[in-house]
Design a protein around this ligand. Sequence first.
Ligand code: AMP
Ligand code: MG
Length: 352
Amino acid sequence: MKTKVVTIDREHMDMDAIREAGEILAAGGLVAFPTETVYGLGGDGLKENAAARIYAAKGRPSDNPLILHIAELSALEVLAKEVPELAYRLAEKFWPGPLTMILKKSEIVPMATTGGLSTVAIRMPSDEIAREIIRASGTYIAAPSANLSGRPSPTTAEHVVEDLSGRVEMIVDGGPSDIGLESSIIDLSGDVPMILRPGFITKEDFEQIVAEVEYDKAVLATKPQDSVVAKAPGMKYRHYAPQGQIYIVEGETDAVVSTINELSAKAAEAGVRVAVLCAEETKERYTCDKIFSLGSLKSEKEISAHLFAALRAFDTEHITVIYSESFENTKLHQAIMNRLRKAAGYQTIQAK
Ligand code: AMP
Ligand code: MG
């Protein structure tokens, strides 16, 4: 299949390109498009065949449910059987935006989209290109991250082209994703609201709206065995892993810097292609030849926006060992470390 790549300028949106994307989706085809979290691989969420094509294009196991993307709040009542009052309060505060809510599904949502579950995941993205494409399709768009299964989520159209060229009808380039981490997922289908995936909207943010909210155990996993008992089915799969091995070095800053310098020097001596993953604040203190800085700890979005691109760059540069800081002092610590720990296969080193 030939994949058409179109660039859309968000200031002056090319409505012909949006219309074409909508037509492809309405006909059961696949379109990858930008969102504020990561790029999505869209297909008609109400068509079983479209869901099957999404799974095939990603090489994703079909018990891993898809998130339905909507452009209007009224869609909530169409897709969910019951909409609790809390869902409206969360929508009012966080939609459009990087929040996915899990609710009991209505009849019209096929099991093929929900991975066989009786619940459905719903999100209204704030990215205007995404919302225009959803509107133009006339349906609700199932859109997992637009990467091959197991690879880091894409935060630029180039990442999508790397993974999905020849597998989808169209890729829409709207520039780099603003947040760069997948949406926060909150499950409202049970008694207590549960955070199934940490993201830009944090537990503290939720607590402003709802008194009681808990993390699913797998979210806080620091060991592989904890992550296996996952409520959100996708969380059990190996994710984001580059070909090289990542080691997260934990401890007090000075100790982390000296431990990483020692380990990276030893590895380089042994002829290993080694890199350091760090924040802007400590970058100058490392002696390794290859240093990847994600940005400043002071900016809540810099680290998150650059993480997945760095994970991909390790592969492009054939790095086999990566020593990483643990980005403790950021608002998005939970969300960032959740991805980084998975990418590292939970390998950590205590700094001395
Ligand atoms: P992605 O679309 O790649 O961001 O991944 C979607 C993830 O959302 C899945 O891997 C699940 O972890 C989660 N998810 C989607 N639908 C449900 C659901 N009905 N119940 C629990 N988790 C869900
Ligand atoms: Mg994904």
